[in-house]
Ligand binder design. Sequence first.
Ligand code: MN
Ligand code: MN
Length: 459
Amino acid sequence: MKDKNAWTSYTETDLAAVEELSKGYIDFMSTAKTERECVDLFVDMAEKRGYRDLRDVIAAGDSLTVGSKIYAVNMKKALLLLNVGEDLINNGMNILGAHIDSPRLDIKQNPLYESDDFAYLNTHYYGGVKKYQWVAIPLAIHGVFARKDGTVVKVNVGEDPADPVFFITDLLPHLAHEQMEKTATKIIEGENLDLTVGSTPLTGVEKNAVKANILKLLKEKYAIEEEDFLSAELEVVPAGRAREAGFDRSMILAYGHDDRSCAYTEAVAFLEVTAPTKTACALFVDKEEIGSIGATGMESHFFEDTVREVLGRMGIYSELNLTRVLRNSRMLSSDVSAAYDPLFQDRFERANAALLGHGLSINKYTGAGGKFHCNDANAEYLAVVRRIFDDNHVTFQTAELAKVDAGGGGTIAYILSLYDMQVVDSGVPVLSMHAPWEAVSKADLYEAKKGYVAFLLDA
Ligand code: MN
Ligand code: MN
């Protein structure tokens, strides 16, 4: 019923479009590795298409009407795009929602120390990582220092080929007999994920001279003091560009396909749709990997409050109208699914797994065990989504994350469903999810983008 490899249906025109999308995606994945960088880039893309900052619209006292295009940024780490359609907004919006945070190592608030002529930055891992995967690979630092005077300086070291990179050491196999007896969660301890950042002492300094040298270099480059680490957000991510993978170049290896493969295809699809019938909305949220909490996560009031402002600018704000807009909306929660891996086939049930290269994956439910904590999409809504994808020749498949009782996961779907909204997960299948380098199929990116466009255009 579902064994259709997307590549078999492609014409020359399709193949050219697959390559064009992939090329843009590889550039995006190579530069926007954090939530802040994604927001900056998407805002830039939106402004070029005529989108205005909602704050400016409010400040100018302008109203929003059919064809108005706005964006709203939340604390530089979450973003909403909205394109007002012809149809009455009370009849609901078509919403896409992806997350732009990925598993990584965050630098602690008091991180810099010296030990035996090495300088280190202490980290605290973020999200579900296999800690042993983060040692002995080149790492980059992306983020910001916020100074007490209110200025913010951006940091990005390890991406330019001329930049230095950083690393975390592992033990040589010759001495690792004891280490290799440990369980995988203990092979590398979280507290030992300390980033090596230097090894030369500053001349004329007696004590902690290597650390002093690092602080001198940081002061020269960023005009910061050691205390400025207290108000910094610095993220350690795999260094280097995303790459085409396979002799046939059919796949892409990159850091953070979860969930930037969906975020990018969502942004491209959203900006391609110029005049939707229903009001179109795109969400890009932070903190999904740690439970969607906090001001920039999906559980924040940001989305609802932004819709309030929009209704206000349309001159139709009331709590009842807000309720109607939200409950009449429908959403594709654009998040990745685990791709079926032939090397780990006992974790999957193939007929209900997302196959790489077989198109956009629809996950009716996620959760774990007896579907605990999942958003179980309605059959009627799945019929709508099937109709949209079939009518627009989108190659899609239905999937569960894994076989029954093999594990589980969650997305932002359940949070939006609380508005009585129709929501289903749909996204790109990913191999080696949450590893420093994950893999996707170019075909699945293309089908995701096609599917998202078709969804936004559906009246
Ligand atoms: Mn995800
Ligand atoms: Mn994830």
